[in-house]
Design a binder for this molecule. Structure first.
Ligand SMILES: NC(=O)c1ccc[n+]([C@@H]2O[C@H](COP(=O)([O-])OP(=O)(O)OC[C@H]3O[C@@H](n4cnc5c(N)ncnc54)[C@H](OP(=O)(O)O)[C@@H]3O)[C@@H](O)[C@H]2O)c1
Length: 119
């Protein structure tokens, strides 16, 4: 598919499925913002991609202040998004009797609340 001159944002794009998808969009002609909590992971992704079409934003989707950082970066660029891929996610695996409130909150804040408010 042709994504020339299209703008894409991928939350959680520094590793795994998100980064692979970012590379595919760039290969198809798009400019792509990727986010993550770790600046180090984002730097590694940028170095590996080595494309001026890849832009990185440190943005934690588990809270509204972090989501606002991504919104500001896109607004400041004067571009409009054509594609938003809500991909950032965490999984904490534990037997239910060992699951903690912190584990529950971490997963729901990123995997549920973060998706809703980023959209
Ligand atoms: N791989 C699978 O088999 C599988 C199966 C079912 C569902 N999924 C879902 O598919 C998505 C991608 O999976 P993956 O295997 O590619 O995972 P991954 O390699 O662990 O990548 C997760 C990405 O999300 C970022 N991230 C995590 N929490 C974040 C937060 N609060 N704010 C912003 N970025 C955050 C991570 O960067 P930082 O750590 O730097 O923030 C990373 O870039 C996830 O949502 C995952 O739950 C995966």
């Amino acid at each position: 598919m042709d994504f020339i001159n299209k703008d894409v944002a991928i939350t959680g794009g520094s590793t795994g499925i998100g980064f692979a998808t970012a590379k595919a969009f760039i290969d198809a002609g798009a400019s792509v913002w990727i986010t993550g909590r770790s600046a180090e992971n984002l730097h590694k992704a940028a170095a590996q991609s080595n494309s001026p079409k890849l832009k990185t934003v440190v943005s934690d989707t588990s809270n509204l202040a972090g989501i606002a950082v991504l919104e500001e970066a896109i607004t400041d660029s004067s571009r409009k998004l054509d594609v938003l891929l809500l991909n950032a996610g965490v999984a904490v695996f534990a037997p239910i009797e060992q699951a903690t409130e912190a584990d529950f909150d971490a997963q729901f804040n990123t995997n549920v609340k973060g998706y809703f408010f980023t959209l």
